[in-house]
Each structure stands twice: as structure tokens, then as C-alpha cells.
Ligand binder design. Sequence first.
Ligand code: SF4
Length: 371
Amino acid sequence: MAGIYVHIPFCKQRCAYCDFYSTVQHHLVGSYVEAVVAEARMRQIEGEIKTLYLGGGTPSQLPVQHLCSLVDGLRQALDLSHVDEFTVEVNPDDVSHEFAASLAGMGVNRVSMGVQSFIDEELAVINRRHDARGALDAIQALRGAGITNISIDLIYGLPRQTMMSWQKTLGTALAVRPQHISAYNLSYERGTRLWLMRERGEVVEADDKTCVEMYDLLTSMLGEAGYEHYEISNFGLPGFHSRHNSSYWDFTPYMGLGASAHSFDGKNRSYNPPSLTDYINCVSSGKLPGVVEEAEWWEQYDEMVMVALRTSRGLLLEDVACRFGDKALKHLLSNAKQYFDNGQLVCSNGRISIPEASFMMSDGIIRDLMW
Ligand code: SF4
């Protein structure tokens, strides 16, 4: 067991681009925390738990007393004595000096903050509730409380974002030098407010060429500043790669607790219901909430190829042969040949990987290597 993920599905307001499961209805917070702890007690865990990750939604929207009961309850239900990375996702707007001190007091040693942009106009159009100053103050408050391992999320391809404003966001990020930066290309998901805004002509989607240029600027500025580009969207200072997320990419088993969380046992995935009330009702009646989806061998193969080739470490050929046999390895290598020939795949020490310069083309390459 690598890590435990706990989903906290509460947000203060919905961001325009977001299609994650979350709710702005907070009246069930207390029952939800009890249900998560009850689920943790019911789960069978094999092996040492190395990482704990509270994600969302917005975990920093939980009132401190509920956050404390959740963490205390998890400590009683699970053996967390081997956890060396305890991450909590926060919204900058929630991080006061007191809140930062409370997190440190609970043993949190890493914070992941949804900054998205350091340009106020860009934040307003996607309905984020913080501004650039708020993000900088939150980072300072966390550091003041002794939480020095900070990751920030950024988005490129935002409405009204220009190359110059993106460069300014990256420059501001590098000036505060967080240990880790995740940067994602904005996607317009059907059913989100942003999707509707585009349909109505209120925002214009950034074109592919601009997004590629923004990605190139991202990789060059962060590379020059000493960040290691270890996954398509993730950069860390040496020693500060996300251990929790790295275990997802290594195909290590993990357990997800809470509404809409999913778990992986090394072979199959199970999914908790994406509904607060269904989840609470299920757990409070003493039943485990997950529905197991048994994956065919080729689905597991596809997933391994997809996840591993998004990382700079790449895919270990021996793993493919051991888990899926020579037939899968042969398929992989024969489809990979064209990419070895044009340099978009390289092989070293028994691993194949996509060089950084071709990361933006990775979707097509990975698709060709799937079963
Ligand atoms: S705070 Fe996070 S989870 Fe909540 S709506 Fe915004 S992006 Fe989605």
C-alpha cells in the first residue's frame, strides 16, 4: 500500500472550469467526516501506508474542528506511523496564519495550493475566489507556520491569458520558489460553466499553437530555475517530487476514502459513489461503498503504458513482460519502432520514455502503443 487519498467534496463556490465531484452544501460536513472515518475502519489495508493526501473539493473548507476530528479518526483507524508525506490541498483564501498553524499542528508537512494564475483578471473570469495577493500571503503564512514543502497548481490556456501574462505568472511563481509546481492546460469540459461561456461567445478558447508556446515557456523557465520535469504536468525541485502522486504513476496500490474516491489494488479499481448522501447512507449502514470494476489484462496494460509514459522515468520493459507476457512486449516494441526512429521515444536501462521535447505529442504516441 502506497498511500491513502481522502476526498473532501466541499467547495465554497464552483470554479467555472471544474468538473470534479464537489458540492457547496456544507450542512453534511459532520456526518461526512464520521462516514470517512467509519470507512477507514472497515477497510483492509495491506502493507505500510507511506503517504496521506487530503484532496477535493477543498479540504481547507472543512472547519478546523472537523479537520482535526478527521485526522484523529484516521490515526485511530489506520496505522499512519510510517507516513512521511502528509499533503492537504488548500484554497489560498482559506489560509490564515491560524489555519496554517492548525495544519502544522496536525502533522501536515506538505500543502498543495490551487493558485492557477497570478493575474487577478484571469482568476476572476474562471470564478476563483482568491486574488494574486491572497496566494502570496497564503504561501507566506504556511512558511511562517513551518510548512515549507509547498506545491502550487497553475493553468495555461486561460481565457484572456497572453504569453506576456503567462510569463508574469511563471515569474511570480519562481520568485516565491515553491518546492513543486503542477501546470495544466485548461480544458473545456461539457457541463461546466466555462463550456457554456464558450458556447455563448463570452470567452475564446486558446488555440493549440498558443498552448504549445505556453508549455514551451513553462518547461524552459522552470528548467532554468532548477525544477525537474518528472511528469508531463509536474515539476519539482530536487528531492521534492510528489511521493503520493508518484506512486499512482508507478502503479502501486492505493486506497481512496470518501465520496467519489477510487482505489487500486494493483489490478482492479473500485469506485465510491459520487454522491454525498449515497456515500454517507451506505457507510452508516455498515456497508463498504466501493464498486469493483474488474479490468481485462489489456485494459491494465493500456493503463500502465498511459500512466508510465507520462513520466520522465518511463516504462520498464521488464514490468510489461512480467505482468502481461511476451505478446504484449512484442506489440509494444513493434508499435514503438516508428517513434524510436524519429526520436520521440528513447530507450535507456531497459526503460522506454518520451523525451521532454516530445511531451506535448505524448497523447498520440501513447495511443499508438496501447492494445
Ligand atoms: S475549488 Fe477545486 S474542486 Fe472546488 S470547484 Fe474549484 S477547482 Fe473544483
